[in-house]
Design a protein. Structure first.
Length: 342
C-alpha cells in the first residue's frame, strides 16, 4: 500500500501555531487583568488610608504656641482618621533636619511635616541647599497665620518701636534682637525694618521661640519678633508693635510697624502641612479635608485665636502659592540686606 502523503508534519505545525497564538492571547488577557487588579488595589489603598499611625515631623523646639497648635491638630486628625498622628520634634538648622527626614520618607501619606515661610523659603535659596521646597514637597494644607509682635522685657525702658530705632542710631548703640535662626521669618522681618529705617540691629539667632523669650527675660537681647500673644498675655514680654498691615484685633492698642516706618510693611507668619513629593493625590485630598475639618471647629479656633494664632485652613494650591512667594521674597531680602547664609 502506498504510503499516505507526507502532510502530517504541516498539519501539526499549523496546530502548534494556533496553540501558540491562543496562548499569547491568554497571556495577554492575563496581563490586562493583572494590571486592572493592580490598579484596583492602588485605588483601594487610597480609599482605606490610613492603615497605620501617621508621623508628623515638627521642625522647631517644643514649648511654643505653634507646637501646641500642631499637637492639638494632630489629635483632631487622629480622631477623624482612626489612626494615631504622632508628632515628632526634629529641631535644628532652621527646619533642614526635619525636611531631610521628610524627603527620605516614602511618599505614602504616613510621613508629614509642619513648616512655615522661613523654613520653606530660606532653605531653598541657601547656597548649599539640598532641596527645593517648590519641587520636593507635596503641599497638603495651609494651617494657620499669626501676626509677628516686636516684644521687649516688661521692665524695658523702650516704650515703642521708635524708641528702639532712636537708640540704635546712637554711636555706642548695642541694640540686639533674637530670632529663631539665620534666615528665619523673624530674622528677615527685622532686617526689613533695619533697611527701611536705615539703622542696624545686632542679630542673635536661637533654635526656637521659647529660647528667644528666655533670652529677653534674662536681658541677653533687647527685643525680638515673636508670633502670637501667649507670652504677652502671660506677662513674660511687652509688645511694642505688630507687623501686620492693620492693628491686630486681639491687641488693638498695639500700633503697627507701618505706623512707625511707613511704606507697605506687612509681616504675618504662616504655617502649612506638607508631604513627600509623589504622595498620591487621593491621599493628599483626604488629609486636606481632615485638616480643614479639624481646624474649622469653633472650639479649636477660639482656643488659639485667643493666643494670637488664627487657624486658617486652606487648600494645597493655596499653600503651594505661598511657598512660591516665600522663596522669591526671601531671595530678595537676602540680597538687599546682604545676609550671609551658611
Amino acid at each position: 500500500m502506498a504510503a499516505p502523503p507526507a502532510c502530517h508534519g504541516r498539519s501539526g505545525d499549523g496546530r502548534a501555531e494556533r496553540r501558540g497564538a491562543m496562548m499569547k492571547r491568554v497571556f495577554g488577557w492575563m496581563a490586562v487583568l493583572a494590571g486592572m487588579a493592580w490598579g484596583g488595589n492602588a485605588h483601594a489603598d487610597a480609599t482605606v488610608y490610613p492603615g497605620k499611625p501617621i508621623r508628623l515631623i515638627f521642625p522647631w523646639a517644643p514649648g511654643s504656641v505653634i507646637d501646641a497648635l500642631t499637637r492639638s491638630m494632630a489629635e483632631g486628625m487622629a480622631a477623624r482618621l482612626g489612626q494615631p498622628v504622632v508628632v515628632e520634634t526634629r529641631a535644628g538648622a532652621n527646619g533642614m533636619i526635619a525636611a531631610q527626614q521628610l524627603i527620605a520618607a516614602a511618599p505614602d501619606g504616613y510621613t508629614l511635616m509642619m513648616g512655615n515661610e522661613g523654613s520653606f523659603g530660606i532653605n531653598t535659596v541657601r547656597p548649599n541647599a539640598t532641596y527645593d521646597a517648590r519641587r520636593d514637597f507635596a503641599p497638603v494644607a495651609h494651617v494657620a497665620t499669626t501676626p509677628l509682635f516686636i516684644v521687649v522685657h516688661p521692665a524695658s525702658p523702650y516704650r515703642s518701636l521708635a524708641d528702639l530705632i532712636a537708640a540704635a542710631r546712637k554711636p555706642d548703640a548695642r541694640i540686639s534682637y533674637g530670632s529663631i535662626g539665620v534666615g528665619s521669618s523673624s530674622h528677615l522681618a527685622i532686617e526689613k525694618i533695619s533697611l527701611a529705617s536705615g539703622v542696624p540691629f545686632i542679630h542673635v539667632p536661637y533654635k526656637g521661640s521659647a529660647e528667644v523669650i528666655t533670652s529677653i527675660q534674662g536681658g541677653h537681647v533687647t527685643f525680638a519678633y515673636n508670633g502670637g500673644l501667649m507670652n504677652v498675655h502671660e506677662g513674660r514680654v511687652r509688645a511694642l508693635a505688630v507687623g501686620s498691615a492693620q492693628r491686630y484685633a486681639g491687641a488693638p492698642n498695639v500700633p503697627t510697624v507701618r505706623e512707625t516706618i511707613g511704606g507697605d510693611y506687612d509681616e504675618m507668619a504662616w504655617f502649612g502641612l506638607v508631604a513627600p513629593r509623589g504622595t498620591p493625590a487621593p491621599i493628599v485630598e483626604r488629609l486636606n479635608a481632615v485638616v480643614v475639618e479639624t481646624l474649622s471647629q469653633p472650639a479649636f479656633k477660639e482656643k488659639f485665636s485667643a493666643l494670637g494664632f488664627d487657624p486658617a485652613p486652606g487648600s494645597a494650591a493655596m499653600l503651594a502659592g505661598k511657598i512660591e512667594r516665600s522663596v522669591s521674597g526671601t531671595a530678595q531680602i537676602i540680597r538687599k540686606a546682604n545676609i550671609q547664609l551658611d
